[in-house]
Each structure stands twice: as C-alpha cells, then as structure tokens.
Design a protein around this ligand. Structure first.
Ligand SMILES: [Zn+2]
Length: 138
C-alpha cells in the first residue's frame, strides 16, 4: 500500500507527503501512531503500516505563551502564542500536535470535541527544513 517502513524517520517522510501513517496489528486490530513493529496492546510482531484518514477530534489543548527555544525561533512569544493539543484520531490513537487556525487570543473559544483535520507545518532554513504534524478545525 505504501513504501514506508517501520523506521521512525519514515513517519516524517510520510508527513512530507502530507500523510499521517501508523500501524495496525493483524492480531488484535489495534492502531498505533506513529507506527510500531510490536503492538503495544498484545505484543504481537504482526503489524502493518497504514495511512490514517487524518481526521479526529480535539481532546485537550493548551495555549503556550512562553515557548521553548525552537518555537521562540519560529516567532512565537507572549504576544504571538500558539496552541498545542491532543487529537483522538477517528481510528482511535491519540497524537499531540500544534493546532492551527484557532483563537489563541481567546482560548475559551477553543472547544473540546471540535472536528479536526491534519495538516503539516514546515519550519527551518532551506538546508534544514523539517515538517511537523499539525491539525486545524475541519
Ligand atoms: Zn495487537
């Protein structure tokens, strides 16, 4: 189905292709994101790479105004805060990611349960670009 492997770098390779990948256990059916060789639920090594729909619901979030160095370098600070949240993917697993296009100036307007869809953010200089997982309201 895909050319991605269980190597963790392939999770980011898939993000570069705007895909969110993970694994599905052939024994118990559990989904994992990112992908894992061994199922965390039943310890089976019979897992396969799958592509998630990229859809889910916002489960929890926080707005950060005192960012770590990397995010400060990306331009975030007290006047330009950003949101990080936990998304429950439609397939089950939970992932954390930056949440875009929400009212960070009024966090009370951000609602738990909001339908979200994945996107990506690219940061860094030309020779050191990295792609990160993000979500935004659908
Ligand atoms: Zn399993």
């Amino acid at each position: 189905m895909t050319d991605y492997t269980m190597a963790s770098k392939d999770f980011y390779k898939a993000l570069n292709d705007s895909l969110l990948i993970g694994s599905k256990c052939k024994q118990c059916g559990a989904y994992t994101a990112p992908q894992r060789k061994i199922c965390p639920k039943c310890q089976s090594d019979q897992t396969e790479i799958i592509t998630f729909s990229g859809k889910g619901k916002l489960l929890a979030y926080t707005v950060i105004s005192v960012p770590p160095v990397k995010m400060a370098e990306a331009g975030y600070d007290g006047k330009n805060p950003y949101c990080v949240g936990i998304i429950a993917l439609d397939e089950g697993p939970r992932v954390s990611a930056q949440i875009l296009n929400v009212d960070v100036g009024h966090p009370e307007n951000i609602k738990i349960g909001t339908e979200m869809v994945m996107t990506t953010i690219t940061r860094g200089d030309e020779d050191q670009k990295s792609t990160y997982l993000a979500f935004q309201p659908e």
